[in-house]
Ligand binder design. Sequence first.
Ligand code: NAD
Length: 253
Amino acid sequence: MNERLSGRKVIVTGAGSGMGRAIARRFAAEGAAVAVLDLNAESAQETTALIATDGGTARAVAVDVSDARSVDAAVAESSQALGGVDTLVNNAGILDGYAPLLDTSEELWDRILGVDLKSLFLMTRATLPLMLESGAGTVINMSSIAGFVARGGGAAYTSAKHGVIGFTKQLSADYGRAGIRANAICPGAVETSMTRQILAEGDAAVIESINAVPAGRHAQPEEIANLALFLASEESAFVHGAAYVIDGGWTIV
Ligand SMILES: NC(=O)c1ccc[n+]([C@@H]2O[C@H](COP(=O)([O-])OP(=O)(O)OC[C@H]3O[C@@H](n4cnc5c(N)ncnc54)[C@H](O)[C@@H]3O)[C@@H](O)[C@H]2O)c1
């Protein structure tokens, strides 16, 4: 079998659902041992059960990615279970309800920035020493088209997702020569619970813009997992600090 991530030790956050689950399943199918991290321990267990059924290796670990103590404990548990960590997918994220600035409370701002941006600092700070020890590592950060334009979220979400790209670039600049590659993925609308929530609750202009993509449809989570696989594999060895838009053409129109 031609497995592209054979022997790799991977952490995926937010892997109990949506894109995180698809990435965890695809990486496990490509030979990686995967730590499935999520706030929702039950859904993380469901992902590991799916991976086990597929014949893969996975361990569910509960975490709040916005909390330093929780992150450090989850990374220690993952590293012990996997025998190290060489790949980190910072995928967990939450939406801000498209709230403009004057509808954004300090509590909402802190919550969104905590889960969508501070989490990258905490998770990467905890795993980078393990990667440096082994001489190589790959970090994949989930941004969004909201990392480029101002129509993928509200004030807090858009700020956080722009920050994800900045974080990715600085990480690459500081640690690229030490064998660390960091890249960001910027999806448009993907069929997950997050998008279902927008379609159910979002205002008409937002829904119209999501539905008007040149691709004529939304992405399946597995299509984002394909890009994550490329960025984790040796096929992307020269790709450092990039932000890949995968949006069905949403941002070109
Ligand atoms: N769905 C889209 O169209 C879309 C588009 C662009 C970017 N994104 C981004 O992709 C990522 C995944 O989104 P999704 O659509 O798969 O969403 P999802 O809601 O299906 O999955 C997100 C997962 O993150 C977990 N999570 C939430 N808060 C957490 C916390 N504090 N600690 C640990 N885990 C936590 C949730 O329990 C859930 O399992 C997010 O970063 C999101 O911002 C989504």
